[in-house]
Ligand binder design. Sequence first.
Ligand code: GLU
Ligand code: MG
Length: 474
Amino acid sequence: MIPAMTPQTEQLEQTNREERRAAAEALLPELEDAGVTAVALPWVDTSGITRVKTVPLAKLPSAAAWGVGMSPVFDGFLLDDSIVAGRFAGSAVGDLRLHPDLSRLVVLAGQPGWAWAPVDRFTQAGQPHVQCSRSLLRRQVAALAEAGFTVKAAFEVEWVVARPDGLPDDPDAFVPALSGPAYGMTRLAEVSDYARDLMDALAEQGVVVDQFHPEYAGGQLEVSVGALDPVGAADTALLVRNTITAVSAQHGLRVSFSPKVTADGVGNGGHVHLSLWRDDENLMSGGDGAFGLTADGEAFTAGLLQHLPGLLAVGAPSVASYLRLVPSHWAGAYAAWGLENREAALRFVTGPDGNRQSSANVEVKSFDLAANPYLLMAGCLAVGLAGVRAGSRLPDPVGVDPASLSDEGRREAGIRALPATLAEAVQAFESDEVLAEAFGEELAATVVDVRNGEIALFEGTSPEAVCRAVRWKH
Ligand code: GLU
Ligand code: MG
């Protein structure tokens, strides 16, 4: 739909500003015909909340060329909209420019009259903002490309649908809008029109849905989408969630993507699928390693496994994440890998014989949807590439639920428990040199400051109260 543009990792000069304006102008007739009144320009803050500014359609060319003003204070926002006084974030002074990526512009099917384009954040001087997570991800993709690799990725989205008004005396209570059994056909029948409208809306927006199903927890559903380039996958994760929220509102439903909606039961995961490629060759398949891994595919996966404790500070970024990340809840609470093992943090997936070359991938189960998908994906690429550079090897795969082993059994199998609290994950992140280098001093410091801010926010709060406070935020 859109002509190729100057990569947004570069300094914006007058010439590419004019290119951007021309690209936006060329889009206007088509968007007018599609009934678009205004364009939403979302980005995700450090705490994982999607924030937005919007412009009327006529202002899209100027937004493309000059961006839309936005305070850098949002780098220091917490999920309750309070602001930490971070080392490099949280100041009310200064301005950034939000530049829509027109190549990802989509007319929203669930919000008539609206289009949507994710943004990169630039300084007034036209440089990528050092704390822009989408720009960071672009840089990681470029680093991989320089080393001769690409990655295909996809986020799975789990959510619960709830009655919009909660309980008469407690509007914020979670009352599931579904009653049928997990994976139940009756549950599907209850949401038949809703699920159809959702799949129609996603298809109209060009999102390739692989599967939709009723999940395990009360009111829980899941959609999985086709693998894309890493920035495309993170954009799509945002778009899918936005679409779910919009279509749910049309059906009078409230949704929660929170890692843990209620203190008991199973949470909402945000599993990430990754495969490493060289040209047209999927390196997760066709090799001499375990289950067909190539040496590079193994090293990438080993990088993920080794750095998973630190990665959790971006992939499981909320205090609520650690209420979800517990053994025997399919959440991947142990740093282990195994073939189709849903209790290992890394579930290796080969796909059926005959289709392995296109479908083999590694699924990181421990992540959830409180995560900023750009930060999380950038972290995954950085540690995967570090693994490849170091020629890292995987330990033996694990074929049982690690929780079923004794402490000694786990020790013998080399299985570590992952951080059990956000504070432990922050500690691991702070001592992870690969992540520190990839994120850069300012962004790494802000991740730590924002996480510590949330830890302080929930100090002494019961699990049920944490779930309640986080439930409707993401
Ligand atoms: N809901 C589970 C989680 O918290 C995952 C269920 C599944 O394996 O799909 O990650
Ligand atoms: Mg699932």
